[in-house]
Design a protein around this ligand. Structure first.
Ligand code: G3I
Length: 347
């Protein structure tokens, strides 16, 4: 039974798609997506550097194909992401001399980008990750260029502009490590500061890049409950669970020359041992137990990628490893983790 049937009437289930897929170069993966999922998000093609690589010069080719695929298959289409400090084009924050632009200039650039993109897909893209990763690891708001040049209210402005451009699209705030108590509190503050000013926010996306040694289910549940209390939809937007060890910064720098270290950090280069596949299945099962317990609060669960072979995890935080973070293997076959999740809802 496909995932979208298993979790029907509980929450939407989806995947992030890359441009090769929606441009037709990966028919097997695309067939899997049609069979299993009822919602999609753009992994990279709707980021600002992709859509507006040069000021005022928009490139919608990949994004158009992505949206068309979703429409043809009746899917809930999510755009990712309008305002982010990463994957921003080089020109965005600077003037011709290379100095920071003024607040007014950056607000105008933001407004133009959001209006152009959201209006183009009005009524077709159902929801937007309006602002991505605005929370700092120490402080409430990350000291990004957006924050430094405009001020904390850049978040409000982004939501206002998105709402102007498509009042019917759902508008989300999206961030990582939302089970961390400091980051959870900051997330709540972001939601509240919008609501206090009467600015619409419809949901919070918990990115959910977890690991076998990074998934505290109690903290996770606490976040789901606390976010839901803010009267927003709660979503798992970028779900994957790495089975690989997390290197220190020093290790990452050393790895290209040090083969022993490389083997330590990339232990399943040939195949994934059954025992690790089982650990992954148990981790996914635990997570989905919590999701099902709170299904009234959860709007959507989206995996960050279709199968293990294409996951960004193979290249982060170390390039060229072999990871196994998703429910489908490199041949698109369902893994033990798929069975463990599906078995929770067998009637
Ligand atoms: O497309 C170019 C290709 O032409 C070039 O030859 C190649 C050489 O490195 O790079 C390709 O671009 C890469 C792109 O992915 C497409 O594959 C970039 O280098 C690479 O940095 C980029 O990584 C993406 C990353 O965001 C960038 O920050 C990942 O695919 C994508 O999964 C990841 O997604 C983010 C979410 O948007 C936000 N949350 C975290 C998540 C994981 O980092």
């Amino acid at each position: 039974v496909p995932l979208k049937e298993v979790f029907k009437e509980k929450f939407l289930v989806g995947a992030a798609l890359n441009a090769d897929q929606t441009n037709g170069q990966q028919p097997a993966e695309l067939a899997l997506v049609k069979r299993e999922f009822n919602t999609i998000v753009a992994e990279n093609c709707m980021k600002m550097e992709s859509l507006q690589p040069e000021q005022g010069v928009f490139d919608f080719k990949d994004a158009d194909n992505f949206v068309r695929f979703g429409e043809e298959n009746g899917m809930f289409i999510v755009g990712h992401t309008l305002v982010w400090h990463s994957q921003a084009p080089d020109w965005l924050f600077v003037d011709e001399a290379g100095n920071d632009v003024s607040r007014d200039t950056l607000v105008a650039r933001m407004r133009n980008h959001i209006h152009t993109v959201v209006s183009r897909y009005k009524g077709r893209v159902h929801a937007w990750d309006v602002v991505n990763e605005a929370i700092g690891d120490q402080e409430t708001l990350r000291r990004s260029k957006w924050q430094q040049i405009i001020g904390d209210d850049y978040i409000q402005l982004a939501f206002q502009f998105a709402n102007e451009a498509d009042p019917d699209a759902e508008l989300y705030y999206n961030d990582y490590s939302m089970l961390n108590p400091h980051r959870r509190e900051s997330g709540i503050q972001v939601i509240q500061s919008l609501k206090e000013k009467g600015i619409r926010i419809d949901g919070i996306g918990m990115q959910a890049h977890y690991g076998l040694d990074y998934l505290d289910l109690n903290e996770f549940e606490e976040s789901v409950v606390k976010f839901a209390e803010q009267d927003v939809k709660v979503m798992l937007t970028e779900l994957d669970i790495t089975v690989l060890p997390f290197p220190t910064k020093e290790m990452s720098a050393e790895i290209s020359q040090n083969y022993e270290l490389k083997a330590t950090l990339n232990p399943y280069n040939e195949t994934l041992p059954d025992s690790v596949g089982t650990k992954l299945a148990i981790a996914y099962q635990g997570l989905f137990e919590v999701l099902l317990k709170h299904q009234d609060k959860i709007g959507r669960v989206t995996f960050w990628g279709v199968n293990d072979g294409q996951s960004w995890r193979n290249n982060w935080p170390v390039k060229g490893r072999k990871d196994y973070p998703l429910l489908f293997d490199r041949d698109n076959a369902p893994k033990k983790a798929f069975q463990s999740v599906v078995s929770l809802v067998k009637e």
